[in-house]
Design a binder for this molecule. Structure first.
Ligand code: XIL
Length: 374
């Protein structure tokens, strides 16, 4: 289904029309006055997911440093890569990403400490609570400890909401949920806070953006979980909305704004952790596709802003040349996907204009002791 009208503010009114969309974006970010300066407001950081294997390419590195403030490890810290066996850790890929970011002066997010996706086969053999908890704690302590003071923000538990959020606790029955119980989330957060008390700790999930009962249920599970954690004083600083935007689904602006406002009222920040456009349902024409992608991202980011804003927005990749959608989310017509803000030749697309628009904004400070951190 293709939508042509904007339900909320339009791209054009925001000064993001097609003509403006092709200009280089990196320099525009600093040209605007900062309306929140001096009142504790912070500038929005714009980031991108990075793969170690492309960092050998100068064009890839230059694209990152000219358009973004932050990087996130896309696959390097997932256990399939990080943990060849139950004892050892292989930080070779993440070290390359971290060293690149440090030398370029970019902030760094780590993804993801506890995640059921891309896990090694040996994890299947863990079959009791004690081993599961010891192993999870050791992995968190080792990983966060290694990058203490360097990786400023972590996805601590990723995608904990079940695909049937309306049933039972709404938690996904991962190995940790089954063996440790629902408290594995609090245990993971406490372990991460002990390893680096200054790091921003984030719980992130997908499908928190759309209109419909299923998505309302997913937002409810997230709110239920984080309210409980906040009430118990568990260290948690932000909720991540992944923002994989599917062309056949509708962003629920008012629901997103309410969700963000509710999180802010709990003293939590919001991070858009994995923004990209899954364009399978969009028409073939690349210009139309790019316009629809920019529009959909604008709808999400505008709704987030209305609810109080996200201090960081991360795109799930740098260039259309390299995106997970090209192998996981193929188009039926076989055309290359166009999910990101730079095309396959690293030219900025309308989506870049949208991202830079939100990067120029400032976000008000968050309530008490929890808050934003990096
Ligand atoms: C994706 C990576 O981008 C791919 O390289 C990998 O093959 C599969 O995982 N939600 C997440 C991310 O939290 O970790 C996923 O990343 C995309 C969906």
């Amino acid at each position: 289904m293709i939508r042509s009208g904007l339900r909320r503010r339009s791209l054009l009114r925001a000064g993001l029309g097609a003509g403006a969309a092709t200009a280089g974006a990196g320099t525009m970010a600093s040209a605007q006055p900062d309306p929140g300066a001096g009142r504790g407001h912070a500038r929005v950081k714009l980031g991108c997911a990075v793969q170690r294997r492309y960092l050998d390419e100068a064009e890839y590195r230059a694209a990152i440093t000219s358009h973004f403030d932050m990087v996130v490890t896309e696959d390097a810290l997932k256990w399939e890569r990080l943990r060849p066996n139950p004892r050892d850790f292989d930080f070779a890929d993440s070290d390359v990403i971290v060293n690149f970011a440090r030398s370029a002066g970019l902030a760094i997010r780590g993804h993801a400490l506890v995640y059921h996706g891309q896990v090694p086969a040996w994890l299947d053999k863990v079959d009791n609570r004690r081993d599961a908890e010891d192993d999870m704690r050791r992995a968190i302590a080792t990983t966060v400890g290694r990058y203490r003071g360097v990786i400023g923000s972590w996805d601590v538990v990723n995608e904990f909401t079940d695909d049937r959020p309306e049933v039972g606790s709404g938690l996904r029955p991962t190995v940790w949920e089954r063996l440790i119980g629902p408290d594995y989330i609090a245990i993971a957060l406490r372990e991460a806070a002990a390893a680096d008390p200054a790091a921003q700790l984030v719980l992130s999930d997908y499908f928190l953006e759309y209109r419909g009962r299923h998505y309302d249920d997913r937002r409810s599970v997230m709110l239920r979980v984080v309210r409980d954690l906040v009430r118990r004083g568990v260290p948690l600083h932000a909720v991540g909305m992944q923002g994989h935007l599917y062309g056949d689904r509708v962003v629920d602006g008012p629901a997103v704004s309410r969700f963000v406002a509710e999180l802010k009222s709990l003293g939590l920040d919001v991070v858009v952790t994995e923004l990209d456009i899954v364009d399978q349902a969009y028409p073939a024409d690349p210009d139309i596709r790019d316009r629809l992608a920019a529009q959909q991202a604008f709808e999400l980011l505008d709704a987030v802003t209305e609810g109080g804003g996200a201090h960081s927005i991360l795109a799930w990749g740098v260039t259309d040349r390299y995106s997970w959608t090209s192998w996981h989310m193929r188009r039926q017509d076989g055309l290359p996907t166009r999910p990101l803000a730079l095309d396959a030749a690293y030219r900025p697309k309308p989506l870049m204009r949208v991202l830079q628009h939100f990067r120029r904004r400032t976000v008000p400070p968050i309530l008490p002791e929890r808050g934003t951190r990096p």
